[in-house]
Each structure stands twice: as C-alpha cells, then as structure tokens.
Design a protein around this ligand. Structure first.
Ligand SMILES: [Zn+2]
Length: 326
C-alpha cells in the first residue's frame, strides 16, 4: 500500500508506504561490516538487478538498481483521487539506490574520482527517469549516517520519482518565476552574485561552482553548491558541471567532517520539476548536517531554529578546507 495524501488544513503532503515500516525496525546498521553488506562487491545478488553502472578497470565503481522496498513504485492507481475534502494520489513512481563506490567507507574519505563517478551515474539515472512523463518530480538525494535516515553505512545515494510536484518545489518554482517577471533576471544567479559580492559566506569559488553558506540556512553549517547559469534540473547537468560539483562536494564534506565530526548529513539537488523550465530557476546542491532535532516551535510554525549564523559557519569551514584534489 502506497499513497500520497494531503493534510486538508495545511496542505502538507505525506508519503505513506507500508513496506517502509520494516525499515524502521532498529538493526544497528553500523554494525554491518563489509562481510554482510549487500552493497559491497561480490554481494550483487543481495540487491535487485543492476539498471546502470560505471566501470573502471573491468569492475563497477558505481551501480544503480531498484530499491527492494520502494517508497513508491510503478504500480497502483494513477492520478489524484478526491474523497470529499480528502485528496490522495496513488503511489506511482520509482525508487532507485545508487551505490557510490565499491569501498565500504564514507565517500569523502575516498579519492575524488569516486564522487565524480557517483554523481555522473546519478545524473544519468535522473535523465533516464524523466522520460516517463507520469513522473513530475525526480529527486536525487543522499543520506549519510543513521540519524539522517541512511539504513546502510556503505556510501549510496537514492532517487525517488513522484507523480506530484511537492509544495516546497512548487514554491521554489513560483519564487523564481516571480523574480524573473519583476526583474528580468534569474533568481539563483542574483543570489549567487550577491554572495560573491559580500564574500563573508563564501567558502570557495572554483570553475563554475560557488560553495557558500546560505544567507538563511535551515540547518547549522548548511552549504550550497551553486553553478554558474545551470540548466533547470540536476538531470540537465553537463559533464563539466558534474565534475566541478563533485569536486566541490568532496572538498566541503572533508571540511564538514573536521567541523561537525560524523554528524548525519543529507545532500540534495534542488531544481525544476520534470519537463519544466521556469524562467530563472536552476539546479543547485544543498549539503545539510542534521545537528538539531526539530521540536515544538518548528512543528507548529515550520520555522527552522538553530544557533549557527552562516557567516560564522563559513569562517569555521574555510579554516578546515584542504586544497582541491587534482
Ligand atoms: Zn559495503
């Protein structure tokens, strides 16, 4: 049973997926060593069939396959069903796992080429999945650490494709469109320029990618990777951009490991819904350590509440940046 439902009062969306309950059963994932890890090389039969992979020297270095217990799947009722004031959408979608390296170790501790290959595969899968026009939002993300929801310690990302455009993405589109109509300029580009001019929150600027602590971070030590003039969605990223954003991600994650230790971290690529090219909206990557557990004020108001100003976060992270890897 999989359904997307909407809270009729707030409009908040919830993805209900019965199979997922199983994943909430504690099973000490960090106790999983390479010998019983389903993502380690040699254990491919413990996952579903490979959909796509990147090979080096005759062996895979990144591979994608369907999640065994998907949050959404290509089945069920299509479209929105209204039942009085209640609204539900069948759980049509896709849920893929992308193992990011053959090594059973955090991605930022491996050579930067692993991150480049991992993101290259991610963009390739996004590109393929958006050919299905029923899938409105094709979202790439990675969870690192159990507190961020990772059920396996082996480095991996996921892609979830949904038949709706969630409110948060719709708001991003609307803000960008409004700004473009008012000023004739791209909102993301305006944000990028303002940060470059200010400099206080900038970590580094290399090739097309600016690494910056955002003006209003939802999370302490949040970092954004913003390319120059990106396409509408991460699926549109070209190899030169993927290379630059992977190098930046690797460098930021190394600095974050120094500053916040092994804190659970989520990394997401935000951008336009599939098939849309709203004026002024481009993809960018957000890296968010999860150091704060949301409580009452956040729950009631949707406000993010924390103690770390981005200017201070940028100072600390800059002090821990190593030089870019060749
Ligand atoms: Zn492993």
């Amino acid at each position: 049973m999989r359904e997307l439902r909407r809270d009729p009062l707030t409009g908040d969306e919830v993805l209900l997926s019965e199979d997922r309950v199983l994943e909430r059963v504690p099973r000490a994932p960090h106790a999983l060593g390479p010998e019983d890890c389903p993502f380690c090389p040699g254990h491919e039969s413990h996952t579903t069939t490979t959909i796509d992979q990147i090979e080096r020297d005759g062996r895979w270095v990144a591979r994608a396959f369907a999640n065994r217990r998907p949050a959404v799947a290509l089945e069920g009722v299509e479209g929105v069903v209204r039942d009085g004031i209640h609204e539900r959408t069948g759980g049509i979608g896709a849920h893929e796992v992308l193992v990011e390296a053959p090594e059973h170790a955090p991605l930022h501790t491996l050579p930067v080429q692993r991150t480049i290959d991992a993101l290259t595969l991610g963009v390739r899968r996004l590109h393929d999945l958006r050919n299905d026009t029923r899938l409105r939002t094709v979202q790439w993300f990675r969870n690192q650490g159990t507190g961020a929801g990772a059920s396996q310690p082996h480095p991996h990302a996921q892609i979830v494709a949904l038949p709706i455009v969630p409110r948060r993405i719709a708001a991003l589109v609307a803000h960008s469109r409004d700004h473009f109509q008012r000023t004739g300029r791209a909102l993301l580009e305006a944000v990028r320029e303002a940060d470059l001019q200010d400099q206080r929150r900038v970590l580094f600027h290399e090739g097309p990618v600016l690494a910056v602590c955002p003006f209003a971070p939802r999370h302490p030590f949040e970092v954004w990777l913003v390319p120059a003039a990106p396409g509408p969605s991460f699926a549109d990223a070209i190899p030169h951009e993927v290379d630059a954003v992977a190098r930046a991600l690797h460098r930021v994650n190394r600095a974050l490991a120094e500053v916040v230790g092994a804190a659970p971290t989520t990394t997401t690529a935000l951008g336009a819904p599939s098939g849309e090219d709203p004026a002024g909206l481009g993809w960018h990557v957000r890296i968010a350590p999860r150091l704060v557990t949301p409580a009452g004020l956040e729950e009631a108001t949707g406000l993010a509440v924390h103690a770390v100003f981005p200017e201070r976060a940028a100072d600390l992270l800059r002090a821990h940046l190593d030089s870019p890897e060749a």
